[in-house]
Design a protein around this ligand. Sequence first.
Ligand SMILES: *Cc1c(COP(=O)(O)O)cnc(C)c1O
Length: 356
Amino acid sequence: MAHMFIPGPVDVDPDVLAAQTKQMIPHRSAEFEQLFRGTEAKLKKVFFTDTRVFQAPASGSGMQETGVRNLAQKDVLSCINGAFSERWYQVAVTNGKQADRLDVPWGEIIPPDMLAEALKRKFYEAVTIVHNETSTGAENPLKALAAVVQEFSPETMILVDAVSSLGGVKIETDDWGLDFILTSSQKCMALPPGMSFAAVSDRALKKAETVENRGWYFDLLRMEKHRIKNSTAMTPTVSLINALDVQLDKMLDEGLENRFARHTAMADRVQTWAYENGMEPLAPEGYRSKTVSTIKNTRGVDIPAFNKFLMDKGMRIANGYGDLKNKTFRIAHMGQTQMHHVDELLDAFETFMAKM
Ligand SMILES: *Cc1c(COP(=O)(O)O)cnc(C)c1O
């Protein structure tokens, strides 16, 4: 069965794809407001929040921009352990923020002690953390990192990118005190690309009131003014929202806990398989992604050739990211990917390696 194992965009189920072919409706209409209210209510369950979830017509990077633009006038601390946390730092800098870096080598996680030390040295209005580094397959200890911010710098806004984990891994937005947490449509949410979603705390909106030059398109206060009327300032992605509605039903029907368990089981399967085949994950034990396994290519597999072999069977994986290209490869197991898809991929992998 054709299937992609790349960390976004992921395969979209046929009924979700089909939902996009519905005819348009005016966005200033009772029908749209009802649809939009419904998707927000379901998103709140996935985000484990009672507060609010914005549904924006922009990919996740747009929401990274929203976070730093609205929640810090000047001082930001960017925790950096891979390509997407590096991007968030760049987004902060190019929006005129004074961003400091807290770097660890790619593949590692941000140790909570290290964050605590940085917060003791200087006051930051916001800290940015990528929960699941898609470039390395490392999952940061988000709950512990959030707890450190609350202990050592309680006024600091906690900004989280959970683009490649939210919907596949349990993240308790309200209980962990996260102020701003975003995801994109095309990864664990298993939708086409083009939207992002962000849960935002009440105190974050209060903070935004004090920040100048929030812009127009990504102004959280403008977004909130429209959200409470179940609408958006600009024309929303009507077709994608129809797909979102169907996909959220699918996720809630599966049961979120079942969904999280499915992702964990697929990660265990791939990572155990790697050891059985003389390879190992890049990230340290205990901090390995549940949604994208990044494996050190110690067997010297020709990844482009392997992908060519896979594509004849309708499958593909992702090469390593940036400098990790060919040194690692990535097998995403997120969204609607099922264990039987993973089994089929690993069988093909063994067939390919036997011929090397
Ligand atoms: C894919 C990804 C992004 C970028 O999201 P877009 O929707 O492509 O803008 C950001 N962060 C992480 C962790 C990602 O995996």
